[in-house]
Design a protein around this ligand. Sequence first.
Ligand code: NAD
Length: 253
Amino acid sequence: MSTSAFSLEGKVALVTGANTGLGQGMALALADAGADIALVGRLSPEETLAGIKAAGRRSHFVKADLSSAEAVAEIVAEVVKALGTVDILVNNAGIIQRNDSIDFTVEEWDSVMNTNLRTLFFLSQAAAKQMMAAGRGGKIINIASMLSFQGGIRVPSYTASKSGVMGLTKTLANEWARHGINVNAIAPGYFATNNTAALRADEVRNAEILGRIPAGRWGDPADLGGATVFLASSASDYVQGITLPVDGGWLAR
Ligand code: NAD
């Protein structure tokens, strides 16, 4: 296959929560593959914007709090105004709350479910409406987790949300494939980001986790680049509804 199937030249990608961590890694990989990038989040993503500029691509930042789904239509409209359309959506923004299930609060449940699942659904819907109207097809990549496959411990809302992401990815793929829209997910293993800072700081948990990863190291955000570009490009046109683990072999154990 020619490597041009992986080119994102002339495409516009919208990435949520890309000021840091995995979102930043994926936004930079998409820019390197040729896409212009819209970033959506609460904090101005200076470092990511500089990286996109260095790759020679256009960018636009939309300031929005994704804990509520209220602004999704405005977000998509602003990106269309600034960069012309939305061809690729990466639903990356997400949070985690840790507490024993017996003590878990309604706030700890709702905050995670709202950001990780509710807004992900309604932003996907708003982006898909734009993709259908533009008639160029599209690619939606949801960020799932090892806890889409496993139960975890002390993270009931996170596990529920990420298991929901895996199921929803299949529903949306089934409904939107006929519009030329591919909906897939990536399940990152254990990556060194803010999200896992507490785990890495805990000597016992850190050693337990590292001991189970066949690759023998925590993932680096750049490790997600290949899978992201694949699922964002025409190389994956016949791939629908999958959740692709990028986990250094964690699930193979
Ligand atoms: P991170 O904390 O560095 O990044 C999370 C991003 O989401 C940040 O940009 C943050 O600003 C944004 N965000 C959170 N709440 C938001 C809100 N209300 N409005 C707008 N933006 C918001 O952590 P990360 O590890 O890069 O996480 C990115 C995604 O990857 C999350 O969905 C997370 O669940 C998932 N994930 C991470 C790992 C890992 O090992 N780090 C593993 C599996 C899945």
